[in-house]
Design a protein around this ligand. Sequence first.
Ligand code: NAD
Length: 294
Amino acid sequence: MANIAFIGLGNMGGPMAANLVKAGHKVHGFDLVQVSKDAAKADGVSIAASATEAVKGAEIVITMLPAGKHVLSVWKEVIPAVAKNTLMIDCSTVDVESARHAHARAAEHNLPSIDAPVSGGTGGAKAGTLTFMCGGEDFAFAQARPVLENMGKKIVHCGKGGAGQAAKICNNMILGISMIAVSEAFALGEKLGLSHQALFDVSSTSSGQCWSLTSYCPVPGPVPASPANNDYKPGFAAALMLKDLRLSQEAAKAAGAATPLGAHAESIYDAFEKAGHGDVDFSGIIRHVRGLAK
Ligand code: NAD
């Protein structure tokens, strides 16, 4: 069992740190917010007075922070304080450039590092069933894998530093686009007098089948566990979907890739957020789609 520092004990980081405690690790945590620290403490995480204090004696440092600027600032602060050979793991969803900078900073100090963003949401974080998409050298991935297995059930090595973030934003670009596509189909079906169940029964077993339809259906009824049945409470908030679509478009621009539907999906979620719905589940975009009808 390892000494692990966990920085960023929010909606995702809190339950992930709790699962590391359950697996028998000694977890030292830090967050800026008192309520997150209190919740983590109740789950067996010992709370440090600062990020630098949390990493003292740690063999592994994990960060789970809002965005790239937070990760770079925390890594800059803690890296000079960590012991030789400490494994640095960032599980936040950040832009590919920031992920590469973070790896470079670790490499300057000869520290192994992995970018390991997740999918599975807060439910997966609590249940320990997250999917981790990892980027980094083979030896760093081999070291990280057993620890990630304490928090997730599928761990994929996607390539060198930044490849985990690349996989994450490509996947979520598919998700954002497909949720709008499924919402448009239901909105059109409503206008054509088609029942939700009839469209679901056909498309879920036909070529329109996809996760946004069969696991996360944006209308109530066909998939009882989907947020549509719970007044679109997240789930996965539209603001987070917009964040990931923005990251995909920044990456597409930097890499010179054409992603016209990704760009359109970003603008649709941007309008949804500006209308005050950022905290609604991202499948609530169907309400926005219906509202576009003339
Ligand atoms: P959150 O806002 O609940 O948690 C982030 C935590 O980081 C907060 O508690 C905040 O106080 C802390 N923090 C910020 N700056 C800090 C610093 N300098 N030092 C210490 N702590 C600091 O966010 P979350 O939902 O836990 O998401 C975390 C990351 O995971 C994000 O990058 C998000 O995009 C990604 N993610 C979230 C979900 C989800 O469903 N919530 C799913 C997949 C990925």
